[in-house]
Design a binder for this molecule. Structure first.
Ligand code: SF4
Ligand code: SF4
Length: 181
């Protein structure tokens, strides 16, 4: 591959975390190790309404994990008979019931997304308040090559450049408006 072909491939490959596009979706419903939130109590950004103990999130873990609810969310993730299950209100279960399993999961995602159950450490600007000390599960997601840790929301450098150009144009036309709203 010559230099230009490599450059084009690089520019078009989704490889970058770009929060304006992905809205830091990886920081929703994250199982955090037991004790982590307590150890960083001073940096909590969102009120914790409920914590669901999941047990071991991965078979190799030697600690339990918790998912923290920071939204008024009717769907809770809990460990039931050894499996993580969403506990869902009956009216939503009724709508899901006739759907095949794949569609049920897709349906759940559609319902769940608006609740934006971000991690307690996520700031209102969608930045991590404990970034340098974030746990392994956060460091690994989106950086490892195994399927479980790949992120489909990454942006290509070309997308980011195009977005910057759009933002610059917007700022020139509307100097007092927030381009991300
Ligand atoms: S891993 Fe994915 S969701 Fe998380 S910041 Fe990167 S692109 Fe966004
Ligand atoms: S600790 Fe930071 S990186 Fe991990 S889920 Fe929370 S906000 Fe995201």
């Amino acid at each position: 591959m010559n230099y230009y072909a490599k450059l084009i491939a690089y520019l078009k490959t989704p490889s970058k975390c770009y929060i304006p596009k992905c809205k830091a979706e990886c920081c929703t419903n994250v199982p955090l190790p037991e004790g982590f939130v307590e150890s960083k109590r001073g940096r909590i950004q969102r009120p914790i309404l409920y914590a669901a103990k999941l047990g071991k999130n991965s078979p190799s873990d030697d600690f339990d994990s918790f998912i923290y609810n920071t939204t008024q969310n009717p769907i809770q993730l809990m460990r039931v008979n050894g499996k993580i299950k969403p506990i869902i209100p009956p009216e939503i279960l009724e709508k899901m019931d006739p759907l095949p399993l794949d569609s049920q999961i897709a349906y759940l995602r559609i319902i769940y997304k608006p609740y934006e159950n971000y991690c307690p450490f996520m700031t209102k600007f969608r930045k991590c308040a404990v970034y340098e000390e974030r746990p392994a599960i956060c460091r690994e997601y989106g950086t490892l090559t195994d399927k479980q840790n790949q992120c489909s929301l990454k942006a290509s450098p070309l997308e980011i450049i195009k977005d910057f150009i759009e933002i610059a144009k917007f700022a020139l036309l509307h100097p007092f408006k927030n381009p991300y709203k």
